[in-house]
Design a protein around this ligand. Sequence first.
Ligand SMILES: Nc1nc2c(ncn2[C@@H]2O[C@H](COP(=O)(O)OP(=O)(O)OP(=O)(O)O)[C@@H](O)[C@H]2O)c(=O)[nH]1
Length: 595
Amino acid sequence: MSDQAHSLRTPIVAVLGHVDHGKTSLLDKIRGSAVSDGEAGAITQHIGATAVPLDTISEMAGSLVQPSDFDLPGLLFIDTPGHHSFSTLRARGGALADIAILVVDVNDGFQPQTEEAIDILQRTGTPFVVAANKVDTTPGWNPVEDSPIKPSYDGQSDAARSRLDENLYELIGQLSDRDFSADFYWRVQNFRNNIGVVPCSALTGEGVPDILAVLMGLSQRFMKAEMEIDVEGPGEGTVLEVKDQQGFGATLDVVVYDGIIREGDTIVVGASNEPIVTEVRALLQPRPNAEIRVEKQFEQVDSVGAAAGVKIAAPDLDNAIAGAPVRVVRDRPEEDVVEEVKAELAEIEVGTEEEGVVVKADTLGSLEAMANALQEAEIPILRAEVGDIAPRDVAVAGTAREAENKAILGFNVDVLPNAERELEQAEVRLFSDDVIYQLVEEYDEYVEEMKRSQQETILDKIIRPARFQILQDHTFRQSDPAVVGVEIMSGTVKNNANVAKFENNEPDRVGQLSGIQLQGDDVSEARAGQRVSLAIDGPTVGRQIEEGDELWIDLPEKHAKILEQELSDEIPADELEALSGYLNKRRKRDPFWGK
Ligand SMILES: Nc1nc2c(ncn2[C@@H]2O[C@H](COP(=O)(O)OP(=O)(O)OP(=O)(O)O)[C@@H](O)[C@H]2O)c(=O)[nH]1
């Protein structure tokens, strides 16, 4: 190792992709072949991460990675399953991962979580390579275990290769739809502008050497400067998880990306309220496999330098939150570090309003991503927090004024048992998903359905406008009730409605409908264009009403207002015409009627 390597840290790699596309298998393959290829020390298992040193990578990748070409010490793969837990984790305003593998099942192509992963990569500007996984499932595929992909690909039958090509081109097309120019990785000249697609199989290991080679190449070429750290500097990291650990209480699983953390160090940790200031009691790492029979699960280490995963045991960590920063105080005023942590948390703070939904997410980063998505969808947020859904959240959601806001949107979180009971009692709806846009979509659909059914109920209860005219020579009875033939000009006339007439713009209620007959049959309503006979209780033909008169269904002012302001999109055009005619008449006398 050159001197310079002492100050270059391991790049942090995240593996993202849709469920079942092979993230865990790919990581297992990398770990497994590293262990079987190399001797002791081939990999180091950290808390939440696996470190693969350069020598091991070079052994696995063969001629694709010559150790002399690199001075980065290797790669640190974050292990946490489910891409949200880490891909949305941040480090000093950027992504925690320096580089990523986007795993896509070559038969399935882009799926919802692939889209979401792409969003995250795009937003954080994280360089990535696409692992076009499961090539071994191509009909007629002839596997070459653990081989670089090019010789294996070239050695396939024409039929198998062209089947695979079809899928690969589709994938390249999908990337281009997302504004990424991509190609088979061996054709890519400039990895800064183009995304390399590596056909591979996590099962047979084909293409895995190539993925490692591209990751090393990308890091060495484009990120070397960012990997330069002061190895003795105060440690900085991001909380992956807050976990209760027997014998230690609440502990933090942390990825350290800068400096060094030592036992006894004072650290500042982002928490749900004020930052926590505490002292590191123990730094814990998993025991190597050989010592698995030893009773204690962890081994204690004196210090941990970047980049590494570690479990930190310290007092008072209960309120720490996943995604929050961890900073060592060493050699500087504690207040300054507290301010730094506060500033970083403030950057992620989600804007809330007085009225809106409650949002819960598993990490600060995912909370931020949720908040962005909700803002885009114009869904207001009443409260947003990291953590599982607790009874308090149900209570808060229940205080929302609007029915549609009495909702909790939970992203990658569990519902605590006592909150489940409360949910049943309170009229609070829970939406829970591990794909952000699906969560937003589910909620949107719920709100629309709710509005639709509210409007239907309102429409059912509301008196609807209609205009009709008494036909000449169609008086069948003069009074008690008056029975006349009419033509419905617009709107729908319903039985029992009140009838009005305007004389010199003066509205006059003339009576109430007590029967409708269409060609001799009793009906409950009559529509525009129909000729029916109406029985009207109250007036006498020749006095209050006359043949040729234009009559209206009399609308209560409140109903007219709701129809005009809220339901004008819901009612048919002829009814709308009747409404505006009626309002015109009314407003000639009182311009503010129904406003
Ligand atoms: N044939 C074949 N099967 C694979 C390959 N990679 C993964 N699989 C299978 O696909 C399934 C899902 O793989 P996982 O590695 O669990 O996928 P994942 O993306 O980690 O899934 P989650 O952790 O649930 O999100 C498993 O049954 C694997 O054995 C591959 O390259 N070839």
